[in-house]
Write a protein that binds this ligand. Structure first.
Ligand code: AMP
Ligand code: MG
Length: 323
């Protein structure tokens, strides 16, 4: 069920079954992207709305060309710098890609993940893998094999165990459908890094106060409420909310601070050294752990809006939204 046998994972995928795969971002729920039945299984297992398209994964740019995809020059430039890595490119689709993968749209999202076991697996198959995060739709993404086993263990034929995900948040998604490349999701590669390679990039619109996110994921790529914990999560300055809850019923997710008003055992500091990459790697595992505690609310700080801090704030903001 859980193991490190790449050939077993290949056999399962060849049979049209679902396999959980490790990546540097989060664990994926993978199926043969060219097998529409197998891909349907992903939507079912996750209870994912059929209008939310999937990212396809492979191990080289050359293979994308072989599958009839046209690759924009700026995408190639970014791929040269950051692939394999936590960046996903949205480009015009080719006929080889089944409509179910792209939720009927004319664009496909492609990524080369950076994990040795999964790269080995991808080299052994002659199709790309459609793979969203290996969690039920709307919940926190898994960053180790055990997270997958807990939530999706009965839905997959095999879980390939590649240890703890190094980046810990999903890939950055960038669209090449218009003249100016456009960011669709903050993730493991920062907008600063992207701009240093290709110059102008359209940012995700900044939101002041309540964030307004689309419910049509095909437009800017994302569902609003996502990454949800069972407990209510509030994203903002924790101190502002202390007065509303008993101090021993509050859990805190902080960057580096400790709050004297709250018992230390109820506080998770993501990076005492204030390293945003280290904080991102911890985020989802900490959200999962806190969610098992006997508390009333999770108060999560707002992180610096730079580098991976943007991805952290994005995930916390989405976790805080109501259904
Ligand atoms: P997940 O793999 O669960 O992180 O979700 C994949 C994300 O990629 C979703 O938010 C999708 O909306 C986005 N995505 C996948 N394919 C496309 C596409 N063709 N166009 C725009 N966004 C996409
Ligand atoms: Mg997901």
């Amino acid at each position: 069920m859980v193991g490190t046998d790449v050939d077993k994972a290949v056999d399962c995928l060849n049979e049209g079954l679902l396999v959980a795969i490790p990546t540097e971002t989060v664990y994926g729920l993978a199926a043969n992207a060219f097998d529409a039945n197998a891909v349907t299984g992903i939507y079912k297992a996750k209870n994912r709305p059929q209008f939310n398209p999937l990212i396809i994964h492979t191990n080289s740019i050359e293979r994308l060309l072989n599958w009839g995809l046209q690759l924009p020059e700026k995408m190639l430039l970014l791929a040269k710098h950051f692939s394999p890595g936590p960046i996903t490119f949205v480009i015009p689709k080719s006929d080889t890609i089944p409509d179910i993968v792209t939720a009927g749209t004319h664009a496909v999202a492609v990524r080369i993940p950076d994990h040795p076991l999964t790269l080995e697996l991808l080299a052994k198959i002659d199709y790309p893998l459609a793979a969203p995060s290996a969690n039920p739709s709307g919940f926190v993404s898994p960053t180790n094999a055990w997270h997958v086993h807990e939530q999706m263990g009965d839905k997959v034929a095999y879980i390939l165990n590649g240890g703890v995900s190094r980046v810990g948040v999903e890939s950055t998604i960038i669209s090449f459908l218009n003249d100016t490349p456009k960011l669709l999701r903050y993730g493991g590669i920062s907008i600063e890094q992207i701009r240093s390679v290709i110059g102008e990039v359209e940012d995700i619109p900044a939101h002041s106060g309540e964030q307004i996110l689309t419910d049509n994921p095909v437009a800017p790529g994302q569902l609003a409420r996502h990454y949800a914990t069972k407990h209510q999560l509030i994203h903002g300055d924790p101190k502002k909310y202390f007065q509303y809850f008993a101090s021993d019923r509050i859990a805190i997710i902080a960057f580096s601070s400790i709050y004297a008003e709250i018992p230390a055992r109820l506080q998770k500091v993501l990076s005492p050294e204030r390293n945003l990459d280290a904080a991102a790697q911890q985020l989802f595992a900490v959200m999962r752990e806190i969610d098992t505690w006997d508390i009333d609310v999770i108060l999560a700080e707002k992180f610096p809006d730079e580098g991976l801090g943007r991805a952290i704030n994005d995930r916390l903001k989405r976790a805080s939204l109501k259904d």
